[in-house]
Ligand binder design. Structure first.
Ligand code: PFF
Length: 683
């Protein structure tokens, strides 16, 4: 079909250009401060177990899925989904609208990085003093004051207050930089990423070497790596691990679909996805080493003085790690302005290609749909994005940024979107067609397990996380209203935004698009339909289980009876899911297609199963959010931490080594140059 759709679509210059651009999108701010603090807060080295499981179970298969659909259809997300059925277009827009919400605030964080980069440069030229520097524990307060008051002028509560003009210029610089990176199309992006990907890696390497050679670095690494196994018993650890994998790999926002749509028609899919995912993990892990080794060095230096500061006193979560804790730690050490420059330069170069990947994805979706010219849509988007960004650079904007990010990147936004994508492509598309497409041009092949994982395993896992959060929010106290009955405005707005996203997506999908793509649905939709009877039985059973689940949640019955019903519903859900899967497989193997009843039965049964699992998980964990356990205080790494380090490096080096070996072996087998490179030469 890719060949069918072949037209004058742009393409990446080389295979390397595409891989680096996708790595550029994946490796971003989330790697340098998101991953280290989550790992530290949720079990240290133990967090790596759910993370690595999530990476291989969900991350790599979904990245392959996004690459295959983008490449197969040669379209950005909305049109790509539309090829399956015209009603699926809204799924693509859903992700794109979510990406639009992120692109209103992600550049604001980048603007902070630009400002801090500027302070570091000024520091270098004015004798090495950073404006937030201060001794001992007082210095921690200084760093907090500098970020929150001097820089953000932060006010508490939902009020926005006035605009912070000191952040307007950095925000303009951010948008202008993004504009110039993508205004010429993906060929230029494919070249720019040769700079924006290796540069932060180099900076990270400098910070890691410097961190590890500091006296006391082991103290920091002990916080980062020493496992707290009890955290594994808390589902929140698993929820964070899966969420982080999604965000970090830029999945579910249509970015990877769009990037793959610009790939040459014979390019590899499976191996590229594995290389990109493992490289992203490697970056996160090394970033954590750099951050915590430096915090250890800082702790050691302050312990020598009169004012000791422990690692946990500064190792805060979220933006504070990048704009308070780390700048403070650097300020305690020699050549602070230089290393602060290296750190913020790394952040800027890491974040800019993630930010423009989202812009490119939105842009390509609009251009594909309307046929409008890039040179008109991009400036308009830049101005609109900047104007929305002004909301977040007010005095109260930072609070809103945190809340909205929590919704969009949390279970309500990203996990639900990922779930939807798998369910639609797994049950309603012919997933096998995508696998065949990917295998026919890849260095290694996927087995049928991939179909089942997209159709059942991943939706059950993501569905369980989604329902678990949903039940937590609905039945827990203080989500939309305080226990005193007052509305919590930030959460109400956050929830309204995620609820508005599908509405906007539906409206966008209804608007009539360019003529040349109208009515080009997948030819397999015209095959005769089979499996109506089995489908109807499965559909009715799955719906009954869903109704029972609602009753289970709302009607009071005795606990013992409830437990029995719950396990019955769980088994019922699994059986109907497997039955629907069997009906789909049977018909997709022949020259017919499975009835819509069987497909929808599969979807409902998958949701039944995940909701039942979520209820069981909820029962297991009552106090999980109450306290966060940190790693024990030590000056040396425990033996287990060394084993963890060795295993992680083995996975990274072994995984990447295997991927490159397969790429080389495939090139040798065919004896030809990679198609992308041929494309480049002829270009
Ligand atoms: N993956 C990026 C990071 O880790 O910072 C963030 C991101 C980029 C999320 C692009 C979503 C996206 F579409």
């Amino acid at each position: 079909m890719a060949e069918l759709l072949e037209e004058q679509r742009e393409s990446w210059g080389t295979r390397g250009g595409f891989i680096l651009a996708a790595i550029g999108s994946a490796v971003g701010l989330g790697n340098l401060w998101g991953f280290p603090y989550k790992l530290y807060s949720y079990g240290g080295g133990a967090f790596l177990i759910p993370y690595i499981i999530a990476l291989f179970l969900v991350g790599i298969p979904i990245m392959i899925l996004e690459f295959s659909i983008g490449h197969y259809t040669q379209r950005a997300a909305p049109d790509a989904f539309k090829r399956g059925h015209k009603r699926f277009e809204m799924v693509g827009w859903w992700g794109i609208v979510l990406a639009f919400v992120i692109i209103t605030y992600y550049p604001v964080i980048l603007a902070y990085c630009f400002s801090f980069l500027w302070y570091s440069i000024v520091g270098i030229f004015t004798g090495g003093e950073l404006p937030w520097a201060g001794e001992g524990i007082v210095g921690v307060e200084n760093a907090k004051l500098f970020f929150n008051e001097t820089y953000l002028g932060k006010i508490d509560g939902p009020n926005l207050g006035s605009i912070r003009w000191n952040i307007v210029w950095p925000l303009i610089i951010t948008w202008v930089t993004m504009y110039f990176c993508i205004f010429k199309g993906v060929k230029l992006v494919g070249k720019i990423v040769w700079l924006t990907v290796p540069l932060p890696w180099l900076m990270l390497l400098i910070l890691t070497v410097r961190g590890l050679t500091l006296e006391g670095s082991m103290q920091g690494l002990a916080y980062y790596l020493d496992p707290v196994w009890s955290e594994l018993a808390k589902p929140i650890t698993w929820r964070y691990a899966f969420g982080q994998v999604f965000f970090s790999l830029s999945l579910a926002y249509g970015v990877m679909i769009t990037y793959a749509s610009f790939l040459h028609s014979k390019s590899d899919i499976n191996n590229n996805a594995a290389i990109i995912s493992i490289a992203d993990f490697a970056t996160s892990f090394v970033a954590g080493l750099a951050v915590f080794a430096t915090l250890g060095g800082m702790a050691y230096v302050t312990q020598l003085g009169d004012n000791p500061v422990a690692v946990e006193a500064v190792a805060e979560t979220g933006p504070s790690l990048a704009f308070v804790a780390f700048p403070y730690a650097l300020a305690q050490l020699p050549y602070s302005a230089w290393f602060s420059f290296v750190f913020f330069f790394a952040l800027v170069t890491l974040g800019v290609d993630s930010a423009f990947s989202m812009t490119e994805s939105i842009l390509a979706s609009i251009v594909d749909k309307t046929g409008w010219r890039r040179c008109i849509v991009l400036p308009v988007m830049t101005v609109v994005g900047f104007l929305f960004g002004m909301i977040y650079i007010t005095q109260g904007g930072f609070n809103w940024l945190g809340t909205i990010d929590g919704f969009v990147n949390g279970t309500w936004g990203i996990a639900f979107m990922g779930l939807l994508e798998c369910v639609v492509l797994g049950w309603l598309w012919r997933i096998k067609t995508l696998r065949r497409h990917a295998n026919s041009r890849s260095d290694w092949r996927l087995g049928p397990w991939w179909d089942y994982s997209i159709r059942m395993v991943i939706p059950v896992v993501l569905g369980a996380l989604f329902f678990w959060q949903l039940f937590d929010d609905i039945f827990g106290d203080g989500f939309l209203r305080t226990p005193e009955g007052e509305w919590i405005l930030t959460n109400c707005v956050g929830l309204s935004i995620v609820a508005l996203v599908p509405v906007i997506a539906v409206i966008l999908s209804i608007i009539k698009g360019r003529n040349d793509i109208e009515g080009q649905e997948h030819p397999e939709n015209n095959l005769p339909i089979g499996g109506r009877r089995e489908g109807a039985i499965a559909f009715i059973t799955a719906s009954i289980i869903a109704a029972l689940l609602v009753l289970w949640l709302t009607v009071p019955i005795s606990d013992a009876v409830k437990q029995v019903i719950l396990w019955l519903m769980l088994s019922g859900g699994v059986i109907v899911m497997l039955l629907s899967n069997y009906v789909l497989d049977k018909h997709h193997r022949s020259t017919s297609q499975a009835s819509w009843l069987a497909r929808w039965a599969g979807i409902i049964a998958t949701m039944d199963t995940s909701a039942a699992i979520a209820i069981i998980l909820m029962g297991l964990v009552q106090t999980e959010e109450a306290e966060v356990t940190t790693a024990p205080i030590r000056d040396t790494l425990s033996g287990v931490s060394y084993i963890i380090l060795a295993v992680v490096f083995l996975i990274i080096i072994g995984g990447l080594g295997w991927c490159f070996y397969r790429a080389l072996a495939a090139a040798k087998d065919t004896g030809i140059q990679h198609p992308d490179e041929i494309g480049d030469e002829s270009a």
